[in-house]
Ligand binder design. Structure first.
Ligand SMILES: O=C1O[C@H](COP(=O)(O)O)[C@@H](O)[C@H](O)[C@H]1O
Length: 238
């Protein structure tokens, strides 16, 4: 049976700190059960804020970080090291500060990477390395309800045969991106949507009401066991 609920905290700081504490515990539990943990990271202000809180947590090293596989839910298709890349931001916030196994860090390809400008090949290559299941998939939520780089009324949000897609017309810059699809996100035991601010309140309301994913991609993000929405008071509609 799958559970779905929303947890709202008074401030964004409290939301990211509480989600960070829960992430540490969930990764420890996953490692106890499976020996390692499979985590999908997100970009966005709240998602990176959560990683920053993990870095600052006194419980941080309860996790054996060398036994965590890191994936990304989406990436801005820019050159390696570009400050706008989700990978760069996640490394700055957390990965550069913990004892990771570099072989377990799986960033999506960069525009100056082995596939050059060929986003389709980069997407297919990423799809091939995805595991059958993730423990936790973190997702930010855009004001119009996008998750990863799945935007409303696009082929990417409708994709059902692929696990990773190339996006060329992202309404939010930069326009070129790579993204997990909904079927890939559905491989997660737990999907956590993390978002803050009054600008997200309508997307949160409609996402929890279960409008079609085509209209609001966040509504289609479901974990196999749990779907949790972490909100601050403003995103929860006050
Ligand atoms: O562009 C992106 O935006 C979303 C949401 O970002 P936020 O700053 O509004 O929280 C993020 O989830 C996604 O990974 C990223 O590429």
């Amino acid at each position: 049976m799958t559970e779905r609920y929303a947890i709202s905290h008074e401030t964004t700081e409290l939301l990211t700190a509480a989600a960070a504490a829960r992430l540490i515990t969930t990764l420890v539990d996953a490692q106890l059960r499976h020996g390692s943990a499979q985590l999908v990271l997100t970009g966005g202000g709240t998602g990176i804020g959560l990683l920053d809180q993990v870095r600052r947590s006194p419980a941080r090293d309860a996790v054996n970080w060398s036994k965590v596989d890191f994936y990304w839910g989406d990436e801005r298709f820019l050159d390696a090291g570009d400050p706008e890349r989700n990978e760069t931001q996640a490394r700055n916030a957390l990965l550069d500060h913990i004892e990771i196994d570099p072989a377990r860090v799986h960033p999506m390809a960069a525009a100056d990477g082995p596939f050059g400008a060929d986003q389709e090949s980069a997407a297919a290559d990423y799809a091939a390395l995805l595991p059958e299941r993730f423990d936790v998939c973190l997702l930010g939520v855009g004001e119009e309800g996008h998750i990863a780089s799945l935007f409303p009324h696009t082929a990417a949000v409708r994709a059902s045969g692929e696990l990773v897609v190339a996006v060329r017309d992202s309404p939010k810059p930069p326009s070129l991106r790579l993204s997990l699809t909904l079927p890939a996100i559905h491989r997660a035991s737990e999907v956590w949507l993390v978002t803050a601010g009054a600008g997200k309140a309508a997307a949160v309301r409609d996402g929890l009401a279960g409008v079609p994913a085509e209209e609001l991609p966040a509504a289609g993000a479901r974990g196999q066991q749990r779907t949790l929405w972490f909100l601050d008071r403003a995103a929860a509609g006050g």
